[in-house]
Design a protein around this ligand. Structure first.
Ligand code: 13P
Length: 345
């Protein structure tokens, strides 16, 4: 394992005020989002959509790394360049989702465990050869009546740690993503307690599996009240609860934390990240960034709608969201003035 190379890649992903773009929706997830907008659920449409994203003018000003899916890393832009190469030319480090998806956990109704460890060691060199320098694995934790169970937390933490160790062995920086879902009627405090419990289990397992913390990135959920809970929290309450949970559980050796958006609106995700950086920047030992999929892509996807004629407008919307999140990293996001502006050409 070349430790210094992993450390350098992790630092490069967190450099300055940039963040990550998750564009690694699996085929079923991508199709589901297309179907809602009446877009054809075909490989050609998925390729055209990813082409729109990757060729967005100026994207590399805001985005340090982009996470691809197995299908996408094998596809090419309209100009015939493999997506990973096109990203690298735009100054964006290519990454790859390597998990096999969250499946029902035996003996634990309503809970999931992420699969994909079998054969993972053999799959990584091909991704490295295609240009990937980092990887992602998402674990899913559901809050509910009596959930999550110890069995679910521990199984997912163990799998995340095994994945992370294999990635480091193979020369890829692992993004460790334990997502506590926002669906449900739970309180902010319940989400905080469960998020902390999960993160403690994850870092315990990372240590047990001899993962080098300087060469990983953490991709957690923000601490939020459940999406169906009547009393919602203010932006500052979310910022305070999230940073408090992270300060209690994430070792200072970890170079960066890049949030998932999890179904928050694009504007709220930016505002909450901004508030964390405004209120706590001097107290946090790690960079606090973003690794959003929906909170960067959704407005652009809706504008694109599967039509080539809409590509320039969709790219402007994509750039705008990326730029808003870049401002949020600096603590300079202006929610009131968050209106689309032109991408540089
Ligand atoms: P969202 O930002 O849409 O939650 O997606 C992030 C991600 O990569 C989920 O694995």
């Amino acid at each position: 394992m070349n430790a210094q190379r992993l450390i350098d890649t992790a630092k490069a992903l967190m450099a300055g005020d940039k963040g990550l773009l998750a564009m690694d929706e699996s085929t079923p997830t991508c199709n589901r989002r297309f179907a809602k907008l009446g877009i054809a659920e075909t490989e050609a449409a998925r390729r055209a959509y990813r082409d729109m994203i990757v060729t967005t003018p100026g994207l590399g000003e805001c985005i340090s790394g982009a996470i691809l899916y197995d299908e996408t890393i094998r596809q090419r832009t309209d100009r015939g360049l493999p997506f990973a190469q096109a990203l690298a030319q735009a100054g964006i480090i290519p990454g790859i989702k390597v998990d096999g998806g969250a499946k029902e956990l035996a003996g634990h109704p309503g809970e999931l465990v992420t699969e994909g460890l079998d054969g993972l060691r053999k799959r990584l060199p091909e991704y490295v050869a295609m240009g990937a320098r980092f990887a992602k694995w998402r674990a899913v934790i559901t809050i509910g009546d009596g959930l999550p169970s110890r069995g679910c937390i521990d199984a997912n933490a163990h799998a995340l740690a095994r994945y992370a160790a294999l990635c480091q062995e193979g020369g890829l920086v692992p993004i460790v993503e334990p997502e506590v879902l926002m669906e449900g009627g739970h309180s902010l405090g319940q989400c905080a307690a469960i998020t902390e419990d999960v993160l403690r289990a994850v870092f315990d397992q990372l240590h047990t599996q001899r993962v080098m913390l300087e060469g990983i990135l953490l991709k957690p959920n923000m601490v939020l009240p459940g999406s169906t809970r009547a009393e919602q929290s203010t932006v500052d309450e979310v910022a305070d609860a999230t940073v408090a949970s992270l300060l209690r559980t994430v070792p200072a050796a970890v170079p960066g934390i890049a949030f998932l958006s999890g179904g928050q609106s694009a504007e709220l995700a930016s505002a909450r990240l901004n508030a964390m950086n405004v209120r706590f920047k001097s107290r946090m030992p790690w960079a606090l960034a973003f690794s959003f999929a929906r909170a960067i892509q959704q407005p652009a996807l809706e504008i694109w709608g599967g039509l080539a004629a809409n590509v320039p407008a969709a790219q402007q919307a994509l750039f705008h969201r990326a730029d808003c999140n870049r401002a949020a990293r600096r603590g300079e996001y202006d929610a009131a003035a968050d209106a689309p502006r032109r991408a540089p050409s």
